[in-house]
Write a protein that binds this ligand. Sequence first.
Ligand code: PHE
Length: 346
Amino acid sequence: MSIELFIEQLEALAQEAGKAFSEAADSDQLDQARVEFLGAKKGRLKSLQKNMGAVPGDQKKTAGMKLNAVKNSIQESFESAQNRLSSASSDGQRDVKFDATLPGKAFHVGRLHPITQTINELKDIMGRLGFTPAEGPEIEDDYHNFEALNIPRAHPARDPLDNFYLSVAETTSGNDIALSGNPLLLRSQTSTVQIRVMENTQPPVRIVSLGRVYRPDTADWSHYPMFHQIEGLMVDEDVSLADLKTVLKLFASNYLGDEVPVRIRPSFFPFTEPSVEADYYWDGKWVEFGGAGIVDPNVLRAVGYDPEKVSGFAFGLGIERLCMIRHQITDIRYLFTNDTRFLHQF
Ligand code: PHE
């Protein structure tokens, strides 16, 4: 066989192999083509190599060099086809080099909502002061939201426009529309839990309840139709306003991380007597803390306690307000729009 013919055969094979490799659609097809052309026993390059024996002796060296060059080029086009397929595969099986010694990259997983974080922290602080967590339903009845809390039938706090009633039984007498029976509503305050706990427990009582309350307020920077309250209740033989003030002061100082002065001003709630509004001093000014007072004897009687034997204090504070002061959040609506750019900061 002439060297020219041998070279021609080699080049034709290289071309055919290149075409087969570049047309392979997946690694199986590529592997088939590899066996066909580069297979160590029956590969076509291997069988072509045998023709070298027929090339005249003085041209064997040139033929051998050509054979090697073609072998390398076929090998190269196989590898480039291999690269093409592995970088195109998106199923993670590609043959990329994985360097396990590289440092890890931070990966943001979920986190607790700032209000949940605040609730956990407040519960913790009150726990250290000896207050046990208690829970009550968010769908309440009139009795626990108003009646047992000494809120009279005609009190404006019961107005259907100020509450989310779920069932309204109305009786009409003259021009007045009054609610009758024991309608259900979304609780407007966590003071409901005071009643539920005292109904089932004998004094002494020291509980804290944190949860959602609902009022049909128009949303603005400081209002939202759903927000959270923390309710504290302590009933024992000799509980006074001084105890209340001390607990509020320790609570504020613990949460805000400083010695925080607390003051109380006279106020009114149907379920406490006397009632107070508490403020704490923060950042150069007095900030409203929430309502509190000494549990009204009528409330104690409603749950079967003897007001001659025990007394108690209660307080109810807005959780959003505390969270906003601490984190300098300027609008309550940020807390409920679920914008992850906001939430990721906590
Ligand atoms: N429940 C009252 C409110 O929502 C707060 C309060 C709680 C006042 C306990 C006194 C005692 O405004």
